[in-house]
Design a protein around this ligand. Structure first.
Ligand code: SF4
Ligand code: SF4
Ligand code: FES
Length: 217
């Protein structure tokens, strides 16, 4: 791939054609907030926290999945961008249990980090909250989908890295959730309990049982 020149926040950046805006920005020392993206997994562009402005584009674009092109002009820190990102965090928090005090992920949770970074004490929106039963039947990890932000990392790692396809998105709209086929327990799926899904989950939805109340990450 050839090297091209793009402009990010007024700074001229040389980068490999075809890489994502988020990656190009990162290499130029510009951090774009992201929840669902990991550089070792195929991007799903599920969370929209990484949105940026691209000159000429009608809408904000998800920088984790949008490839750079020659002479592209990108803005990562405008009022419009910041408001859109803030909204993403507020919507996620509006359907979150707020039990950070005893959550195993507190301190390394990305939702907690961005709520702090955006200074969101309380979301502006109150609405229906999911009331899922915590799934604890397997001996290795707990699944608390009340905390799930539907980022899809667990699905991708299980399909792409472990080749198990033990979990996937199920249902639609507000009812969308991550589930094993037919919502079965993990023991009834091809799951090999590798723990990859637990390690990539950015929030406290998937946690190891063995480490419960033994100290956080
Ligand atoms: S433990 Fe491994 S195999 Fe089981 S759901 Fe998670 S990633 Fe898939
Ligand atoms: S369980 Fe975790 S990794 Fe999986 S979609 Fe929900 S938040 Fe993402
Ligand atoms: S990080 Fe880009 S859409 Fe989630």
């Amino acid at each position: 791939m050839r090297e091209i020149i793009i402009t990010i926040d007024g700074q001229q950046v040389k980068a490999r054609e075809g890489i994502s805006i988020l990656e190009a920005a990162k290499r130029a020392g510009i951090e774009i907030p992201h929840l669902c993206y990991r550089d070792d997994l195929t991007p799903l562009a599920a969370c929209r926290l990484c949105v940026v402005e691209v000159e000429g584009a009608r809408t904000l674009v998800a920088s984790c999945a949008y490839p750079i092109a020659d002479k592209m002009v990108i803005r990562t820190d405008t009022k419009r961008v910041q408001e859109a990102r803030r909204l993403v965090i507020e919507f996620l928090l509006s359907d979150h249990p707020y039990d950070c005090m005893t959550c195993e992920k507190s301190g390394s949770c990305l939702l907690e980090k961005y709520a702090y970074d955006f200074g969101i004490r309380k979301p502006r929106f109150e609405g229906e909250k999911h009331q899922y039963e915590i799934r604890q039947a397997n001996p290795f990890f707990e699944r608390d989908y009340n905390k799930c932000i539907l980022c899809g990392r667990c699905v991708t790692v299980c399909h792409e890295v472990q080749y198990c396809a033990a979990v996937d998105y199920a249902r639609r709209g507000f009812a969308t959730k991550i589930a094993a086929p037919f919502d079965r327990s993990m023991q009834e799926t091809p799951c090999v309990f590798c723990g990859n899904c637990v390690s990539v989950c950015p929030v406290g939805a998937l946690t190891e049982k063995a480490g419960r109340f033994q100290g956080r990450e």
